[in-house]
Design a protein around this ligand. Sequence first.
Ligand SMILES: [Zn+2]
Length: 148
Amino acid sequence: MNLLALFGYGGNPHALTDLEALTASGAALIDIRYSPKTGIPGLGREALLRRFGTSYTHLPDLGNRNYRGGPIELVDAERGLEALGAWLMIRPCVLLCGCGHKRAGECHRTEVGRLAQERWPGLEVRELGPGGRQAGWCPTGAEAEVRE
Ligand SMILES: [Zn+2]
């Protein structure tokens, strides 16, 4: 099974460049925001769809109903994981949310990663920092610049 990476664009001014590198390496972007909107240009659902085409999908079943606060409550984890599993069979996947790298522990993408790991014990799950380097995985295989 392919790699599952977790990526949050918050606080990363080069997020789109990072996403370009990830898709260029063959990864699919799985948007798991409950509300796939943002004031940041280029990162709303429609813009991502235009830019990345079939490399992008929004998976609202893995969204967090309580994204404004409160305990994490996934819309439909079972159905969402099933859809994610189908993607993972064919491509490495990046779970996309807005919470920045430093807040990854509080973000529902970490919970989804944990559930996926539980379901597929052989699956490799990694949180990616800006540039994809902090986790030791450079998606392009090139020497990407390390950014903080
Ligand atoms: Zn989040």
